[in-house]
Design a protein around this ligand. Structure first.
Ligand code: ZN
Length: 265
């Protein structure tokens, strides 16, 4: 073995002490990083609080880490580059700055990470003085929100594509006890890949707020990012519904997986 000059040996040990890469050897986190944009409004707060508890447990089991933001103001290319998955937890697609919109659009269009949108993420239209975000409407299949069942209804959700990884071990039909079943000006089906729809004839109590063909879970394969929208997401009791939690767990694994390797240093 060739002798190392003294300054080199010193340098080597200093590297060992100060290099974060070397210090981390043996305790590397093999998971991925998730950013959650969470809505804190009153009506969805109980669901979001329940989701946080569920996500914390899933993160431990799945070896991933989660950061939360409650406003899109900090969203930039650099900010998003730290994350392999973006979860839009009931946060609506309005009130975003042009800078945040631009960074989000690039994240999705260039497949810099995956995206999961829950429930309120399709509140597409003109609300609270904000006009509709046309890019987001296209991303969701070219839809505009029209109505909802304010008194809630239980309903049967029917799986349409059990071969998709997000639907693994999700029953072909399952009951959702309480949701608002948003309607849109048209079905997104011609522009997206529908994974599940709601059977409007099963509404209890019945309601005349219906749209016919009524998808509730879909992915848009025209965008590079693995993306999935899941309508159900108003009631905290959903986390006791194993069909729902299985769908959400599958969605996290699937949507993040395309970018996990890329995100590991
Ligand atoms: Zn709601």
């Amino acid at each position: 073995m060739r002798a190392m000059p003294i300054p080199s040996i010193l340098g080597f040990y200093l590297c060992l002490i100060f290099s974060p890469t070397l210090v981390a050897v043996g305790q590397q986190n093999t998971g991925f990083k998730v950013i959650v944009l969470a809505e804190l409004g009153d009506q969805h707060r109980p669901y979001v609080d329940a989701a946080k508890i569920w996500l914390r447990d899933e993160a431990i089991k799945g070896s991933f880490t989660i950061d939360y933001i409650v406003s899109p103001d900090s969203i930039t290319d650099l900010f998003l580059s730290k994350y392999q998955l973006f979860i839009q937890l009931n946060f609506p697609p309005y009130g975003w700055s042009d800078a945040a919109k631009g960074a989000f659009e690039r994240y999705v269009e260039e497949g810099r990470g995956g995206w999961i949108g829950i429930h309120h993420a399709t509140l597409l239209g003109d609300f609270n003085g904000y006009t509709m975000w046309p890019w987001f409407s296209e991303f969701m299949g070219g839809i505009r929100f029209t109505n909802y069942i304010p008194g809630f209804a239980s309903a049967k959700v029917v799986a349409e594509d059990n071969r998709h990884p997000c639907m693994k071990n999700v029953p072909s039909g399952f009951l959702v006890e309480k949701d608002e079943w948003y309607t849109y000006d048209n079905s997104p089906r011609p522009n997206v890949h529908v994974l599940a729809s709601v059977e409007e004839s099963s509404y209890s109590p019945d309601s005349n707020i219906k749209m016919g063909d009524h998808p509730v879970v879909w992915i848009n394969e025209q965008y590079k990012a693995r993306n999935i929208y899941i309508f159900m997401g108003h009631d905290p009791g959903l986390f006791k519904n194993t069909s729902y939690s299985t769908l959400l767990r599958n969605a996290i694994t699937w949507a993040a997986s395309a970018n996990v390797r890329k995100g590991q240093k």
